[in-house]
Design a protein around this ligand. Sequence first.
Ligand SMILES: [Zn+2]
Ligand SMILES: [Zn+2]
Length: 120
Amino acid sequence: MSADLLIYTHPKLGVVIYDPAAQMGLTREQMRLFKLGTMGSSTFLRAIVSKDLTEDPSAANAEQLEVYRAARASRRKPYCEHCRRHYGSVDFSICPECNSIRCTCGTCSCASSSRRRKAA
Ligand SMILES: [Zn+2]
Ligand SMILES: [Zn+2]
């Protein structure tokens, strides 16, 4: 399986996940963090954000962490079926409706399942 997630707390961002598998397409100066508060990821400048990160596995809400793990594990393809961008290289979020990864183009399992229904 993929490398494990690191849980941090940040005074402004709250609880964040550092996912080693979601750092594609970034320069060495950047890092992508998934914020449990908004269930979405953003790209930050490592030099600015990392000094305020405190490693704290106990800070994560276990339920949200499971949603994240499940969403990462459940995707059938490592890239968006709509825009073909790799999920490891976009600031994806997790859809509160279907609990799956939502690409920056807005595609999640809600959209693809309705497309499949129409196509059937
Ligand atoms: Zn997409
Ligand atoms: Zn959805």
